[in-house]
Design a binder for this molecule. Structure first.
Ligand SMILES: CC(C)=CCC/C(C)=C/CC/C(C)=C/CC/C(C)=C/COP(=O)(O)OP(=O)(O)O
Ligand SMILES: O=P(O)(O)OC[C@@H](O)CO
Ligand SMILES: [Mg+2]
Length: 256
């Protein structure tokens, strides 16, 4: 699937395991896209509830589901979102680069061809579903994210088995490989929980033309957001301060 990233420079990552802030509509009014996902305590149920709350608060904002496990992906979640963006972690363990993806697609591949048809089904409960069209919807909405997890003392890193960050040179290589070899539509520099500065973004941006470059981690001011955008990111991803600090969150909206 091709992504139209026009006009998107601020992404809010909403964690279904955390409480929504009060009056989310006023907070989300200025963001361009919402990603729903987190590494701990995320279920199909809290994912759906979060997607619905975000839709109510910001009906015009595109919503991506970013799962960390196939069991969070169901017909309901796929129907409810615009895009399913699935990480492939370059500096994690094998399970988080090929293992989880192959087991998901193995389940899809085991479906009788009558269920695959022109449109087909999904994962988790979707795998069990007899509904036609589920696989088709999944196939239409799924995109891969080439992921580098640089803050190794984080829940995301522990989940994915990312014990060592990439060097700047390796980040550049992973970006070039994403653009020219792996072909994922998104390259994601993840510093979840801490601010990593512009160096990795600069190194990656030099090699990306068709690939969307996202940076997330520790963005809590306009200065940081703009430093990352100036370094060549297509968008900043803001997670923790959406839940924890509405004043700081509001400051992360870049000047346009
Ligand atoms: C095949 C399917 C459907 C899914 C999973 C495939 C893979 C490889 C998933 C990787 C999941 C992963 C570790 C993603 C990292 C992104 C993430 C959820 C980051 C942040 O989570 P927080 O809950 O904010 O944790 P922190 O404490 O690190 O901020
Ligand atoms: O929570 P923060 O540190 O803002 O990071 C955002 C996002 O990249 C996490 O997946
Ligand atoms: Mg976080």
């Amino acid at each position: 699937m091709q992504l139209d990233w026009t006009g998107i420079d601020h992404v809010t990552k909403v964690d279904p395991e955390k409480a929504m802030p009060s009056d989310p509509a006023s907070l989300l009014a200025a963001t361009d896209l919402v990603m729903v996902g987190g590494s701990d305590g995320v279920t199909e149920e809290n994912t759906i509830a979060t997607i619905e709350a975000v839709r109510d608060a910001a009906p015009d904002v595109p919503i991506f589901q970013e799962p960390y496990n196939a069991d969070q992906v169901t017909k309901e979640t796929v129907d409810a979102v615009d895009v399913l963006s699935v990480p492939a972690v370059y500096n994690g363990d094998m399970k988080h680069f090929v293992g989880k993806h192959v087991s998901m697609y193995a389940q899809l591949a085991s479906k009788p061809s009558s269920m695959m048809g022109t449109s087909l089904p999904v994962v988790g409960s979707v795998i069990e579903s007899k509904a036609e069209g589920v696989v088709a919807d999944l196939t239409e909405k799924i995109v891969g994210e080439g992921y580098v997890i640089q803050h190794t003392d984080s829940a995301a890193a522990r989940t994915a088995g990312a014990t060592e960050p990439f060097t700047t040179e390796e980040v550049a290589g992973a970006a070039l490989a994403t653009e020219t070899f792996y072909g994922f539509p998104i390259f994601y520099v993840e510093y979840s929980g801490t601010y990593g500065g512009p160096a990795d973004v600069e190194a990656a941006a030099a090699h990306l033309e068709d690939t969307v470059l996202l940076y997330g981690g520790g963005i809590d001011s306009r200065e940081k957001a703009e430093e990352i955008l100036d370094a060549g990111a297509d968008a900043v991803v803001v997670g923790d301060c959406f839940h924890d600090d509405r004043e700081k969150f509001t400051e992360t909206i870049p000047r346009r």
